[in-house]
Every structure is written in C-alpha cells, then in structure tokens.
Ligand binder design. Structure first.
Ligand SMILES: *[C@@H]1O[C@H](CO)[C@@H](O)[C@H](O)[C@H]1NC(C)=O
Ligand SMILES: *[C@@H]1O[C@H](CO)[C@@H](O)[C@H](O)[C@H]1NC(C)=O
Ligand SMILES: *[C@@H]1O[C@H](CO)[C@@H](O)[C@H](O)[C@H]1NC(C)=O
Length: 195
C-alpha cells in the first residue's frame, strides 16, 4: 500500500483532467446547441398596420363628442416556427392627446405565417373634450380629415414547440389620417412596435 501511494496520485489527476475536459466540452456543446436553436427559431419582427379607417355618427356639440371610429388593424406574423396567443388586447384612440374612446378585443391565437385582420371599433358617447381640443377638432372637421393616434396594448405569448414566452406588446399607430367623408381614400399607417 505504501508503495502504490505515489502511483495513484498522477492517475488521480489524469482522471480529474479528463473529467474537466469532458465537462468543458459538454458545456461548449450545450452552448452551441442553444445558439443554433435560438438562431433557428429567432422570432422575426411582427408587422402591424392600420389598413382602413372611417368615422360615423359624428356630432360635436358644446365640447361634447358623439362618434364611432372604425379601423382595420392588420397583424402579420411572418414566423414559420412561432405562433402567438393574444390573451388581452386593449386599444385607445386619441385626438390631441385626449382619449376619445377605448376598445378591448376577444383573445385569439395567431398561427405561424399568418395575417389576421382585426376590427377596432370605437364608440365615443358624450365624451367631454377640453375647449381647445374641441375647437381644433371642429377645424379638422372643416378640412374634411382628422389626425388620430391609436395605441394598442396586448398581453401575448409566443409559442415555440411546447415552450411559451409571456410578453407585453405595445403598438403606436400615428398619425392615422381619417377622412370624414368616404369619398376620400385612406392611407395605410404602419405601427411602431415595442415588445
Ligand atoms: C347633435 O347633437 C345635438 C345635441 O344632442 C343635437 O341638438 C343636434 O341636432 C345634433 N346634430 C346632428 C347633425 O345630428
Ligand atoms: C350623444 O348621445 C347621447 C345619447 O346617446 C345624447 O344624450 C347626447 O346629447 C349626444 N351628444 C351629442 C353631442 O350629440
Ligand atoms: C390566419 O389565422 C386565422 C385564425 O386561425 C384564420 O382565420 C385565417 O384564415 C388565417 N389567415 C391566413 C392568411 O392564413
């Protein structure tokens, strides 16, 4: 036993070194695998645009507004491996930083590589406007079109295989130029996205 003791030492350290190299190689492999998987499913940027907009039943009297605003929001998911669950979608339409109306949509699931068109219908019922804002809106009415702003906030989940990733999606669509008369054409408005 006393004679073999010096011999076990180098054998021991060789084993340790082999183990260390093995572990390092394993960590490296796992890291490479994670990078490859991430690159493979890396979500492409989602694309949102306001495709159409119109105003109906408009009446602004004594700084009080009645109107309905109808918009079509186009949501494009270009990803071939990622689908999206929209759990809660709340949108607000503003004029001159004043809230005109809010709207919430039913949850839905957007498949991979899909375009979904959502109807954002806002109803303003006797909304009191600041006098200055009402005056500006009246002037816009005379110019036959109005510049609005739409903000959307949604709780979403990205689904990749069996993995789901919770996020909050924020959209800012502005300026959305909406004609008061249907004879004028609407110009598509891209939305800024914040994830
Ligand atoms: C707008 O609303 C006011 C007050 O409710 C009403 O007196 C008026 O007739 C309405 N105007 C139009 C064009 O509907
Ligand atoms: C808006 O509509 C409500 C009824 O829904 C009515 O009482 C109010 O007078 C209207 N206001 C305007 C400005 O038209
Ligand atoms: C997108 O997905 C929705 C909901 O599943 C479906 O109704 C619609 O037809 C799809 N659109 C396209 C262009 O694939």
């Amino acid at each position: 036993m006393a004679n073999s003791a010096p011999a076990t030492r180098p054998a021991h350290s060789t084993l340790l070194r082999t183990l260390a190299i093995f572990l390092l190689a394993l960590i490296l492999l796992v890291a490479i695998a994670v990078i490859v998987i991430w690159l493979a499913v890396k979500p492409k940027k989602l694309v949102y645009t306001i495709e159409s907009g119109s105003i109906h039943n408009y009446n602004l009297t004594n700084n009080h507004l009645n109107a309905t605003f109808n918009f079509e929001l186009r949501a494009y998911n270009p990803n071939s491996r990622v689908s999206i669950y929209y759990d809660r979608i709340e949108s607000t339409v503003y004029y001159d930083d004043q809230t005109l109306a809010v709207n919430s949509l039913q949850p839905f699931h957007q498949p991979k590589r899909n375009v979904t068109r959502l109807n954002l219908n806002f109803v303003s019922t006797n909304v009191e406007l600041f006098p200055g804002v009402a005056k500006n809106l009246q002037m816009e009415k005379m110019s036959r079109e109005v510049e609005l702003e739409i903000r959307v906030k949604a709780k979403i989940r990205f689904k990749v295989g069996a993995v789901k990733n919770h996020r909050t999606l924020r959209l800012l669509c502005a300026p959305v130029v909406v004609p008061f008369s249907s004879s004028k054409s609407f110009e598509r408005t891209p939305c800024d996205i914040d994830l």
